[in-house]
Design a binder for this molecule. Structure first.
Ligand SMILES: CC(C)(COP(=O)(O)OP(=O)(O)OC[C@H]1O[C@@H](n2cnc3c(N)ncnc32)[C@H](O)[C@@H]1OP(=O)(O)O)[C@@H](O)C(=O)NCCC(=O)NCCS
Length: 140
């Protein structure tokens, strides 16, 4: 199994990503637009030529001395490959990228009821700094 940040993806690999991902559909064009922007991160776990785990992140510039943060926007491991340390490795890779790019903070939003996600994030070192945070949406 290989974990790496990808900057391009073949048609075959794109189709191998579509096991679920919350019902997401990917195509070559939309994937290329995403990957061409170097402020977007796609870290994948690959086995036997197939993508079995993904992590998507985004670089967020700041205008104070912290310079930037990275939003860990989504992480998903193929149901047949969970509890084998893949989620942990995807996050460790994003932490390496943040270190190399001198970004001091990665943040992620989840649900307390998502036990797997909560355990994964805390076991990889994330801490909840504000317990009353809430996510609100504007639908445009
Ligand atoms: C959350 C998710 C990415 C974890 O991926 P994973 O590859 O199974 O994670 P790991 O194997 O690295 O697990 C690391 C630790 O997280 C915890 N964990 C993972 N899955 C768990 C579960 N179902 N229940 C309880 N703890 C869990 C464990 O502490 C685990 O360590 P252990 O196996 O040594 O006990 C995976 O369950 C998934 O894709 N879920 C659906 C998508 C999702 O909810 N994403 C997060 C949205 S915010």
């Amino acid at each position: 199994m290989k974990i790496e940040r990808v900057i391009e993806l073949s048609k075959e690999k794109i189709s191998s990503m579509m096991w679920n991902f919350g019902g997401s559909t990917f195509d070559e064009k939309s994937t290329k637009v995403f990957l061409d922007d170097k402020k977007n991160y796609l870290v994948v776990a690959e086995e036997g030529g197939k993508i079995i785990g993904i992590l998507r992140g985004h670089y967020f510039p700041r205008f104070d001395i912290k310079k930037a943060s990275i939003l860990l926007y989504e992480i998903d491991v193929h149901p047949e490959h969970r509890r084998k340390g893949i989620g942990t490795k995807l996050i460790e890779k994003l932490k390496d990228i943040a270190y190399e790019e001198k970004v001091p903070e990665i943040w992620v939003i989840t649900n307390k009821s998502n036990t797997a996600a909560m355990q994964l994030y805390t076991s990889t070192g994330a801490i909840a700094t504000h317990d009353d945070d809430i996510v609100l949406e504007y639908h445009i």
